[in-house]
Design a protein around this ligand. Sequence first.
Ligand code: KG4
Ligand code: ZN
Length: 343
Amino acid sequence: MSDLLLLGIETTCDETAAAVVRRRADGSGEIVSNVVLSQIDEHAAYGGVVPEIAARAHVEVTDRVIDEALKAAGIELRQLDGIAAAGGPGLIGGVIVGLTTAKALALATGKPLIAVNHLEAHALTARLTDGVGFPYLLLLVSGGHTQLVCVSGVGAYRRLGGTIDDAIGEAFDKTAKMLGLPYPGGPEVEKAAERGDATRFALPRPLMGRHEPDFSLSGLKTAVRLEALKIAPLSEQDVCDLCASFQAAIVDIVADRVRAAMRVMREIGQKPTALVLAGGVGANQAVRRMLHKVAAEGGTRLAVPPPALCTDNGAMIAWAGAERLALGERDGLDIPPRARWPL
Ligand code: KG4
Ligand code: ZN
């Protein structure tokens, strides 16, 4: 089989992104261009993503972002082998914009269309950036999702556990909002935590020690709120200490839950080639440091894409599209956009 050159379009949340990725015949990959336009400024005033604003912003810029990605790659549409777009899960207005654009391009050029599951794209990114082989243990931690998954092939995903309430990214974002930090909250909490005392507040670590690798974050979030109310009005140092204590709790929880998932992998007879960290929270350095240790303890290694490829981007969509196309898969123009689409 020859090399595959894919365009990838991502519009499921608040980033409009497009990229061109090459998948070589030997299974390795290369990002040829990667353009991400964030809508953060448009949503910041509301402290979170407003779906209607997001959809309108995607309509306005998707064509331009695709043009930029093609231009930066020095590629014309006719040179592509396929066109991939995130077909969900996500905010439906945005998904419709990206997927419909991809359908139009596929129809006009006669190229194969691949509707990619956004979660699968996060899951497969480490194969592009680190050449990770199957099977691996995936910790997917983003604004909308927190899951531990055994990945034993493209399309072969077994969910080992996940959150029973909030996603970890959501807990970061809500904590930030509570403490008066700007949106998106994850990076702000991390920054504030660097100047804080992680031992000042004793926060709960729900579900730690459980056999099933599940998560529960809402109790932790509430505990932060109660501590903040007790000492209000908050000084800058109070905010830093609360962020540090919160992040320390998250790091402990993640470490314990990943250890539990590694035990389950052993029980089901799967020996992971790597622990893969994916999704926006994967950009967090404290989480990364801990997971390096946890992976080593478990006799494996941590593979984590660079921060810009942990958060939403078009390269991960193009890559997942290429992996599917390499297996001979493609989608019809009638494939529907999906707000929900479990792995
Ligand atoms: O994967 P992503 O870009 O979008 C979704 O598909 O959700 O993840 C965004 C999430 C947000 O909740 C954001 O606050 C969080 O990832 N995040 C972080 C960091 N950078 C982004 N959380 C903790 N520490 C960070 N450095
Ligand atoms: Zn995402």
